[in-house]
Design a protein around this ligand. Structure first.
Ligand code: FE2
Length: 341
């Protein structure tokens, strides 16, 4: 802490949060200091960074409310204070079109207001994923526009109980995703990022080389679009011994990978190419909605999410909505076949 800083008062508030065992979801922290200084809040975040990240891992998400973070630059400083290693959008294989606001912060998704974005773990459909996803509300929508969150460990437990064969197949076979990327960014789609931008290349040859490195298979289409299929990726992640999450993009791919180029029914298969059990997938979608906690944004809110534990989505909205995001700590997403027995 700087010699001149004044400690701010921060209190936890469980009102309206979900409760699972000893955890509350999300974990809400409110700044109670009237007209607190941003520098004092950054000092608090730097001093509390280990416990804040630990809270996010344990509870799934930490929501910071009423903090003196009026601008995107403040959000950037907050992340810097947390000491989280940046995962730049440029390097990600995300299929969403985004615009960078600072080096660490970019628009959450440029898809139009009437496009719903379904539950997913960020980049669980690619060989690289971030541990942390942080959102900040610059401008809340006039109507709608909440960010629903879903505890994926709870979802896994419910599915294992209700659809044990499906969960068994998910763990044993993993998943493969296919999507068609346009030649140029298409901001009208929730998954309109061009293959050039996604793969960070400017020619077909370079794209093929990158895909080979990533172990994808691919097919060029007559209109310049590229269909790419991932290697076998996990559908379930064991975050800590015995704590498993439904870590994938199954719900989003099944319900939402739909635009002029993409048909959701061919977007996802088990790792051996077999078709998913449609009833179980429907149940997963229903359960994720039953478990959803909608973050109704207030200007200046920031949320720190453990992307391994919690899925996020976006409700449709009216008016201007500016939610920005930042990703941290890149991990390899490797499929490991479960050991026999
Ligand atoms: Fe996302």
């Amino acid at each position: 802490m700087n010699a001149n800083s004044t400690p701010i008062e921060v209190v936890a508030n469980a009102d309206g949060c979900q409760q699972y065992g000893d955890t509350q979801f999300p974990y809400l922290l409110q700044c109670k200091t009237e007209s607190a200084e941003a520098t004092d809040a950054f000092d608090w975040a730097a001093d509390s960074k280990d416990s804040l990240l630990h809270l996010a891992e344990t509870h799934g998400a930490v929501l910071l409310r009423n903090f003196p973070f009026p601008t995107v630059e403040h959000f950037d400083r907050l992340i810097e204070s947390l000491g989280v290693e940046n995962f730049p959008y440029k390097k990600s294989l995300s299929n969403a079109v985004r615009v960078n606001r600072t080096e660490r912060v970019f628009s959450a998704n440029e898809a139009p207001p009437d496009v719903q974005i379904f539950f997913h773990h960020e980049m669980a459909q690619t060989p690289l994923y971030p541990v942390w996803i942080m959102f900040y509300c610059e401008i809340p929508a006039e109507q709608g526009g909440a960010t629903p969150l879903c505890r994926s460990d709870v979802l896994y437990d419910r599915l294992a109980e209700e659809c044990p064969l499906f969960i068994h197949d998910c763990e044993k076979l993993g998943l493969k995703y296919s999507n068609v990327m346009p030649g140029d960014d298409d901001p009208a789609s929730g998954m309109g990022r061009s293959w050039k931008s996604t793969l960070g290349v400017d020619s077909r040859e370079a794209a093929e080389e990158r895909l080979r490195e990533l172990n994808y298979s691919w097919e060029w289409q007559d209109d310049g679009c590229l269909r790419a299929t991932t290697p076998q990726l996990p559908a379930v992640l064991e975050v800590s011994p015995g704590r498993k999450t439904f870590f994938n993009q199954l719900i989003a791919a099944y319900s939402g990978w739909k635009d002029s180029r993409n048909d959701p029914s061919s977007a996802i298969r088990h790792g051996d190419g077999s078709v998913l059990d449609a009833d179980a997938v429907r149940r997963a979608i229903e359960l994720s909605e039953e478990l959803a906690f909608d973050v109704a944004w207030q200007k200046g809110d920031a949320v720190i999410i453990d992307n391994r534990v919690v899925m996020h989505a976006r409700r449709t909205f009216q008016g201007t909505r500016k939610i920005v995001a930042s990703l941290g700590s890149m991990q390899n997403n490797r499929f490991l076949a479960p050991s026999a027995g």
